[in-house]
Design a protein around this ligand. Structure first.
Ligand code: GDP
Length: 325
């Protein structure tokens, strides 16, 4: 496939071309990686930006129900919505439970929506790097909002936050008065905490949980780049479509504020530096993973074990061998 032609089709918003391009960036074949690089460089010249929204929550909290309802709200406003996923479990299971079209049946039939499950790669770093590239492809393909879904298991939230403009944490109403063991670090990452299932019998518990989190958020360090009333906790019901429009208004208000105050661009610049750093580290590690490099590592580590070379001297020899490789 001609990369210029693929790029042109993506720029017109063609979803099939977008799906093809994501398959290309997810491929580990060296020739595909080269084509993907060329494609991304080409598309970046269009300088299109979507609102990138990270969304995390434990299984069962209502992520797919929320994404479907929220996605429909946005497409109802003539906005184009893409849903991507970073699923740390896809590496182990070979399949992904996130971003699955069957979980968002109505949204997947919308012409202004695009849903893509998590790439199946062997480790989270690989999943994250390819998802970040998929986000860039969606931006080039004229999507207004890119939702990036992940499950609440710590590390995957951090990588999703590094590719998002806004980060949402979805929680369910708690039974007791404990803060559901949500780690402070994850709370600090969130711009909005949404207490889902605030309907029917669960409404009183949701109200209590929301008040608890509002209290907890007030105790967190204030962010100089945000208005004083952020981060916020709010109640929503994905099933009853309650609170979704309010949540969207809050997201827009925060986005506008950050853009007006220069924080939006500053955040994107920081993120670009972070991903550059990640790519360099990954490429360096990959150079240690060739058959030649592995056998040189084995040889040198044998020397170190037998006392013929010190660890530092051996490491220097290894680095010199990599430089000339
Ligand atoms: P996920 O695993 O986080 O994607 O969660 P799902 O969206 O699959 O939802 C898990 C369960 O919670 C399903 O039975 C949903 O019907 C239910 N659920 C999701 N959102 C709501 C809500 O707003 N209110 C109520 N009462 N149930 C909900």
């Amino acid at each position: 496939m001609d990369i210029t032609e693929l790029a042109d089709r993506i720029l017109t918003g063609d979803r099939r071309a977008l799906a093809r391009a994501i398959t290309l960036v997810e491929s580990q074949r060296a020739d595909h990686r080269a084509q993907a690089g060329e494609l991304l460089e080409h598309l970046s010249k269009a300088r299109r930006q979507a609102l990138r929204v990270g969304l995390s929550g434990t299984p069962g909290v209502g992520k797919s129900t929320f994404i479907e309802a929220f996605g429909m709200l946005l497409t109802g406003q003539d906005l184009r919505v893409a849903v991507l996923a970073v699923d740390p479990s896809s590496a182990r299971s070979g399949g992904s439970i996130l971003g699955d079209k069957t979980r968002m049946e109505r949204l997947s039939r919308e012409k202004n929506a695009f849903i893509r499950p998590s790439p199946s790669q062997t480790h989270l770093g690989g999943v994250a790097r390819r998802t970040r590239e998929a986000v860039a492809l969606c931006e080039a393909a004229c999507f207004d909002v890119v939702l990036i879904e992940t499950v609440g298991v710590g590390q995957s939230e951090t990588v999703v936050a590094e590719m998002s403009d806004l980060f949402l944490l979805l929680l369910a109403p708690a039974g007791g008065d404990e803060l559901q063991g949500v780690k402070r670090g994850i709370m600090e990452m969130a711009d909005l905490i949404l207490i889902n299932k605030a309907d029917g019998d669960l409404k009183p518990a949701a109200t209590r949980t929301c008040a608890d989190y509002m209290g907890a958020l007030r105790l967190l360090r204030k962010r100089p780049q945000d208005p004083a009333d952020f981060p916020k906790a709010m109640m929503v019901s994905a099933v009853e479509h309650e609170g979704l429009a309010d949540a969207w208004s809050e997201m827009q208000a925060l986005t506008d504020w950050r853009k007006e105050n220069g924080h939006w661009d500053a955040n994107r610049a920081t993120q670009a530096r972070y991903w550059f750093d990640q790519e360099v580290r990954h490429a360096l590690l990959a150079r240690l993973n060739t058959p030649e490099a592995r056998s040189e590592m084995d040889r040198l580590s044998g020397d170190v074990a037998q006392g013929r070379l010190g660890p530092t001297a051996a490491a220097e020899q290894m680095l010199a061998a990599l430089k000339t490789a």
